[in-house]
Design a protein around this ligand. Structure first.
Ligand code: MV4
Length: 587
């Protein structure tokens, strides 16, 4: 077994890996960028190395610097986590060349699954059912029209270098095809420097069901059952659960076999996920993720196996610690992604500083987080700051437990998805195990998922024009009974109940969505302007799309913070903006 492993990541996943290493008696090495000096993941490891400035390209994405740190620390292996370098075949190769073990699959398997057309061709040959459609790219819009006729409408145009829904456009009928084709090609070019597009039949309201596989170097391939990740928005998963609410034992066995066959077809080794679409009793291969995934925890909760530990054992040449017969799914697990985002403002990024922090606990609750009080969530990195995972005997009880845990979770000073999760888990749609697309796409419904009155206000609300005024919650004892009181404006000096907490005043900052009273719509994050959806002089309603800013490979829709007329429009397509830049004035 390894004596020391370097963790090439930050945030919750770096801590998750450090915990596995500690339990295994392996030394851990963290790396960090300049703004992460005080981050929790740095303290969680036995030693830590600075690898560069905050910009990912100059630190967490810089393979050479990470290998250099591993050499300095004399680490024998590197765990990449997810994102950053996790599915970068050249990095995996560079590790090999430096005689460092990459804790992940062979570079060849990463490559094979990196091209979606290649992956589809391999799977078809191996007898794995794929979504109906082509296994080779289509040259241009004209050729696409011909091919689409054969496949049948509706048609999904997908970027071959894509995955996770990037470069994904739908044509409901022939008249939409050219635009969908060009859209997918353009996004492929921007995100993966590859405009190659292929066509699939578009399936209506499928479920996203994926199977966890583990393959060791001795030829053992097992699966740990499925996860359902159907609750997504713009291809970002928001809630995941295991087992799948619409998967029965027969189907579980069938898709488990599909997944292990898919892994065998590419000579897979390590932990991986076979993603597919479930439509009724049908299941189609979509793509394979060659990394540990964010949502691996729900599988750990229902199987009892530690997937990261197995991954490390496999990389060290050891066999899987269990066989397929040992795998049993018990109870039900749900995971909510706690992102610094404003669901009620179209999931706008909501970076900021965490002023107060308390995690839920108690029976069946697991929190994998990477933040604490005082942490700053920057627009530079992933907005996911924590994952809340619960387990209980069945789905209904797990839901009640999740609602309880969400209630306990206190994250001061930051707008998060906590209210969104509470709202969605309380719906009939969730109870019936639906995909909830009617809710996640419904702007009106989303508006109702803002932070509740009396909770810590979001920065945008505090920044309101008049407002050095703050809103604070107190408990007041009257006649031996405690009452919750919300005070708007400055509390009377000395008037608060003894021991009452008061959130500290935050610095005034631009960003985080513009203030309602101001005309200025400011950039809530740094990035490049992909699209400007309005013209100067146009009238907009509150919530209308103004522009799209791309940052961290995410497209962020910036919507009008108020109704009015666009009197100034400095935002320009193709331009770049910094945090707090003026995008538009709405008079
Ligand atoms: C699809 C699809 C319908 N037809 N492909 C791909 C990546 C994943 N993030 C969502 N993807 C989809 N691929 C075809 N041919 C619909 C989706 C999809 C989806 C699937 C399951 C659950 C939620 C979804 C939300 C948006 C898109």
């Amino acid at each position: 077994m390894f004596e020391k492993v370097l963790i090439a990541n930050r945030g919750e996943i770096a801590i998750r890996v450090a915990r596995a290493l500690r339990e295994m008696g392996i030394g851990s090495v963290a790396v960090y960028s300049e703004i992460d000096r005080d981050a929790p993941h740095v303290r969680e490891a036995d030693e830590a190395y600075l690898i560069g400035p905050a910009t990912p390209a100059e630190s967490y994405l810089d393979g050479a610097k990470i290998i250099e740190a591993a050499k300095k620390a004399e680490a024998e292996a590197i765990h990449p986590g997810y994102g950053f370098l996790a599915e970068n075949a050249p990095f995996a190769k560079a590790c090999e060349k430096a005689s460092i073990t990459f804790i992940g699959p062979p570079p060849k398997a990463i490559d094979a699954m990196g091209s979606k057309t290649k992956a589809r061709a391999i799977m078809q040959k191996a007898g794995v059912p794929i979504v109906p459609g082509a296994t080779a790219p289509v040259e241009n819009a004209e050729a696409a029209k011909k091919q689409a006729k054969e496949i049948g409408y509706p048609i999904a145009c997908k970027a071959a270098g894509g995955g996770g829904g990037k470069g994904f456009r739908v044509a409901m009928e022939p008249g939409d095809l050219e635009e969908a084709f060009e859209g997918a090609a353009g996004e492929g070019e921007r995100f993966f420097s590859d405009p190659t597009v292929y066509l699939e039949r578009y399936l209506e309201d499928p479920r996203h069901v994926e199977v966890q596989v583990l393959a060791d170097a001795k030829g053992n391939i097992t699966h740990l059952g499925e996860r359902d990740c159907s609750i997504q928005r713009r291809h970002q998963k928001l809630i995941e659960e295991a087992p799948g609410p619409k998967v029965d034992p027969e189907m579980r066995e069938r898709i488990g076999k599909i997944a292990t066959e898919a892994a065998a077809a590419v000579g897979y080794r390590s932990a991986g996920t076979v993603e597919g679409l479930q439509v009724g009793d049908d299941y189609f291969f979509l793509e394979m993720n060659t990394r540990i995934q964010v949502e691996h925890c729900v599988t750990e909760m229902v199987t009892g196996f530690d997937i990261v530990r197995e991954q490390i054992r496999i990389a060290a040449g050891e066999p899987l610690s269990f066989t397929q017969e040992d795998v049993e799914l018990r109870g039900h697990a749900i995971e909510c992604r706690i992102n610094a985002e404003a669901a009620h403002k179209n999931f706008a990024p909501a970076p900021g500083t965490i002023t107060g922090y308390r995690e839920p606990a108690g029976p069946g609750v697991r929190v994998d987080s990477g933040v604490e009080a005082g942490s700053e969530v920057t627009p530079m990195y992933d907005p996911m700051v924590a994952k809340l995972i619960v387990w209980d005997n069945d789905r209904e009880r797990a839901t009640a437990r999740m609602l309880r845990a969400l209630d306990e979770y206190e994250i001061g000073g930051l707008t998060t998805l906590i209210p969104f999760h509470k709202a969605i888990l309380a719906t009939e749609q969730w109870r019936d195990g639906e995909t909830c697309r009617d809710l996640t796409e419904d702007k009106k419904w989303l508006k109702t998922t803002g932070p509740a009155a009396g909770s810590t206000p979001a920065p945008a609300e505090v920044e309101d024009a008049a407002a050095e005024q703050s809103e604070s919650s107190y408990q007041v004892e009257v006649g031996g009974k405690l009452f919750d009181v919300t005070v708007i404006g400055d509390a009377v000096a000395g008037g608060a109940a003894a021991g009452a907490k008061r959130p500290p005043k935050r610095e005034r900052k631009s960003g985080g969505g513009a203030a309602g009273a101001s005309e200025d719509l400011l950039a809530p994050l740094q990035g490049s302007v992909l699209k400007v959806a309005v013209e100067k002089g146009a009238e907009v309603a509150e919530g209308d799309l103004v522009c799209v800013i791309e940052a961290m490979k995410m497209e962020n829709e910036i919507t009008a913070h108020r109704a009015g007329k666009i009197s100034e429009l400095p935002a320009a397509e193709g331009g770049s903006v910094s945090l707090g830049d003026l995008l538009a004035k709405i008079e």
